[in-house]
Design a protein around this ligand. Structure first.
Ligand code: BTN
Length: 350
């Protein structure tokens, strides 16, 4: 568990309390109040008054939250406060953060799964209606692009998939992964203050120090229509790189490694889910057509870099010049021509 900083304020001010509706389930209300006021205390009498219950009733809700894995400090004069962020996923805390972020969907939280993408695909196949999110503390068979595996040690990192049932023309979602990369890189920059987080075509989140995360979108397509869609993201948040195989550790980084401090995994998960849901809605509205190229350029880690593109047995060397409106990488070749790359693996030329 990572400790929250200690707060000196005795109890939260009413504007925070007003943001939380007392009509929701009492335990979830208490948790949201604790979250909204963190790292400060919330007075027991304020909670009792809002919930129209006795202070003993509040105390029993606090104990229920403790039994659900949350660490809550109690002080006779000041009330209650969240003491620490659990390292492992805690469903009530995640749901509280999602409500706090203003965008929610159904969530499935697991300790270990084969792959959150596979789990989401099975849910969709069994009739679960999207959107919903699947998260796990670890994956036994985490999948990456091009048939690779995604190393998924238990605790500290984010393994998340969001399932959708779009039933729309395939063209509407052709730039979906690139668009989501823009949304998530923008979010991470503002949430963490790490300015150097960028996108690397087509599905990586990177920093000069290494890869921070990767995205994998898988869809079932029928008659040019996307029937179901799973967007998966793996993000290195707090898990120490020494828990990665050395070959991977030397090309990877994490938010904690970059910032020198740990992050609240539940807050990051809730905000990434929100960004994914918002990005999806924008894609369906056709916003990507207007904004994709410009926004990508602002975050493009490969801009004007000499790169090698490999696909099958062929390799091409050139200078990366952003993307076109279809999302294809623009590769300027030695002969002066520009080639649109639809798929492949891009590495920086030494
Ligand atoms: C890549 O960079 O190759 C994409 C990696 C995507 C990994 C995530 S982790 C959550 C979701 N479940 C998976 O099996 N894969 C994605």
């Amino acid at each position: 568990m990572s400790k929250y900083p200690s707060g000196k304020r005795k109890s939260i001010k009413s504007p925070v309390a007003k943001r939380v509706k007392a009509s929701e389930n009492p335990s979830s209300y208490v948790l949201r109040m604790l979250l909204a006021s963190s790292p400060y205390y919330v007075s027991g009498s304020l909670l009792a008054q809002k919930l129209k219950m006795s202070r003993v009733g509040v105390w029993s809700r606090i104990n229920k939250l403790r039994r659900q894995g949350l660490s809550i400090d109690a002080s006779q004069n000041r009330g209650y406060r969240l003491a620490a962020e659990p390292d492992l996923l805690n469903q009530p805390l995640l749901e509280a953060w999602m409500r706090e972020s203003g965008k929610t969907c159904k969530v499935f939280v697991h300790d270990e799964v084969d792959s959150t993408n596979s789990f989401a695909e099975r849910l969709l196949a069994n009739g679960e209606k999207g959107p919903f999110a699947v998260l796990a503390n670890s994956q036994k068979e985490g999948r990456g692009r091009l048939g690779r595996s995604w190393h998924s040690p238990r605790g500290g990192n984010l393994y998340l998939s969001v399932g959708f049932m779009p039933n729309v023309d395939i063209l509407k979602l052709r730039s979906f992964t690139l668009w989501q990369g823009i949304q998530i890189a923008t979010l991470l920059r503002s949430l963490t203050g790490i300015e150097g987080i960028s996108v690397k075509w087509p599905n990586d989140l990177v920093h000069d120090k290494g890869k921070v995360g990767g995205m994998l979108t898988e869809a079932s397509i029928d008659c040019e229509r996307v029937r179901s869609l799973v967007f998966g993201i793996g993000l290195n948040v707090n898990c120490p790189l020494k828990r990665f195989p050395s070959s991977l550790a030397k090309i990877s980084t994490s938010l904690e490694d970059l910032k020198g401090e740990s992050f609240r995994i539940h807050e990051i998960a809730a905000k990434v889910i929100k960004a994914t849901l918002t990005g999806y809605a924008a894609c369906l509205k056709g916003e990507t057509e207007k904004n994709l190229v410009g926004k990508w350029n602002e975050l493009d880690a490969l801009a004007d870099r000499r790169v090698v593109v490999s696909g099958g047995k062929k390799k091409m060397v050139g200078t990366a010049r952003g993307i076109d409106s279809s999302g294809a990488l623009q590769l300027k070749l030695k002969n002066g021509r520009t080639k649109a790359i639809q798929a492949g693996e891009v590495t920086l030329k030494e």
